[in-house]
Write a new protein. Structure first.
Length: 173
């Protein structure tokens, strides 16, 4: 569906369960969530994205390395509750074996570009728990700016980052 220099983003299938479960069940990877995911929650994650593809035409997409076809995480656009509003959000989860290689930034940038080229949204968001340095570093690398901090019952405090269509146009030229 979407390709970058090193990555291919495609729709999830249930065959992605094992590789996704390795990511979502890992306590270190999920330290900024309420808890690591069990098998049932991981299946629901895939089903939720399959439903999002039908409802919106997008969701989180499976990320594969182009060179090997290996599943390394997900990235995409979902509609999220950000401080009480339903907003388009770029989210990403990468297997910790592949952290600090620029894959989240590369995938998020491709999703940002896809969203501005294929939807009518004039602003895209990323939000995360205030302790999630990796996520907000990726948002900054994706051209986003911190626009708010707000109390969040799941995260204590969440940060919201955003980029407008006009800001994006300046970034991509």
């Amino acid at each position: 569906m979407i390709e970058t220099d090193r990555l291919r983003l495609r729709n999830y299938t249930m065959e992605d369960f094992d590789a996704l479960y390795e990511i979502l069940s890992d306590p270190e990877t999920m330290q900024h969530y309420l808890a690591p995911y069990n098998e049932e929650w991981t299946k629901k994650w895939i089903t939720w994205n399959l439903d999002n593809y039908e409802k919106y035409g997008f969701g989180l997409w499976a990320i594969e390395l182009k060179e090997t076809g290996e599943f390394i995480g997900d990235c995409g656009i979902t509609i999220q509750n950000i401080d009480g509003e339903q907003l388009p959000e770029i989210g990403y989860h990468i297997n910790k074996k592949y952290w600090r290689k620029g894959y989240a930034k590369e995938a998020a940038r491709a999703c940002r570009d896809w969203a501005f080229n294929n939807t009518d949204y004039d602003i895209l968001y990323s939000y995360m728990k205030y302790t999630n340095v990796g996520s907000y570093s990726t948002a900054l690398a994706n051209g986003m700016k911190k626009i708010k901090e707000y109390p969040d019952p799941h995260n204590e405090i969440s940060y919201a980052y955003a980029i407008t269509r006009d800001e994006w146009k300046k970034v991509v030229g």
